[in-house]
Design a protein around this ligand. Sequence first.
Ligand SMILES: *Cc1c(COP(=O)(O)O)cnc(C)c1O
Length: 347
Amino acid sequence: MNAVPSRVRHFASDNYAGICPEAWEALAEANHGHVSSYGDDEWTTRAADQLRDLFETRCEVFFTFNGTAANSLSLASMCQSYHSILCHETAHVETDECGAPEFFSNGTKVLLLPGENGKIDPTGIERAVKKRSDIHYPKPHAVSLTQATELGTVYSVDEIRSVWAQCKKHGLRLHMDGARFANAVASLGVTPKEITWQAGVDALCFGGTKNGMPVGEAVVFFNLELAREFDYRCKQAGQLASKMRFLAAPWVGMLRDGAWLKRATHANDMAALLENELRALPELRILFPRQANAVFVQLTAGKADKLRATGWKFYTFIGQGGCRFMCAWDTQPADVHALVADLRALP
Ligand SMILES: *Cc1c(COP(=O)(O)O)cnc(C)c1O
């Protein structure tokens, strides 16, 4: 049997990539001497201040190890156990968090909404709220949006504002799963405030890992009331890092010279290149508008397996089927060309 070539980089996920230089350098800078633990240190203060500068507002910032915790704990801060959270049917909080949002909120039920291209249709919010108003139904109390979405699309400013209008009308909190928030900002060419607190977002989970950090997400509360005792939630959930400086330092590295946006822009550009090249191939279909760093493709039967056999890794279980090709901060044009060449050469 022919050996499967070993690839340096893949299109499976942006969390397959390593640590980008800006995050790595800041980690090395932070690795000097003894400093106070549990977030009582200069790096953590600086990272939180830089996030406040980035969002141009007062906000409360907490650092967690991963996105599941950031989402679950921030959603728990918005809901009582008898409430419900409305999200899109392909949302990570529903499909990829093993019930953690329900667990950490002591039973708050996640209710699913439909919508094209991985985005909530705002009219679905009203339908879910008005469906029942009796005591036997888990009362909707929060909406969770994913930006960029699980299908590689991006909510526009107006689309977020339409969701917010429904939230205001029905007294719902607005949560944003921003595991790929940087890719969304890069795609829209907006300032971070325009798609968060200025569009009604109460809390954002800002993803660091997929942006190029080793580990870590920032929970940013624009609604300060929700941040009350959030430190206790983090600690109880096992999310308070004792050597917090190493969760915080990569944020300093990514934020101080704009690397967070530069790296995300590059990943988006690589996906745009891939989309372009794929459109020239016959017998495949691009599934959703390509707006961030992922391209979803429907290949003809058997081709996905054949492509895998040439050594490439990519996912086929995300969203609504098809092959997902995800670009990362370090994806190179040569990787894109190599993937497309192998696809073109398939029997
Ligand atoms: C990756 C991802 C997360 C975070 O996942 P963890 O593995 O818990 O860090 C959250 N939401 C979305 C949409 C993601 O893609």
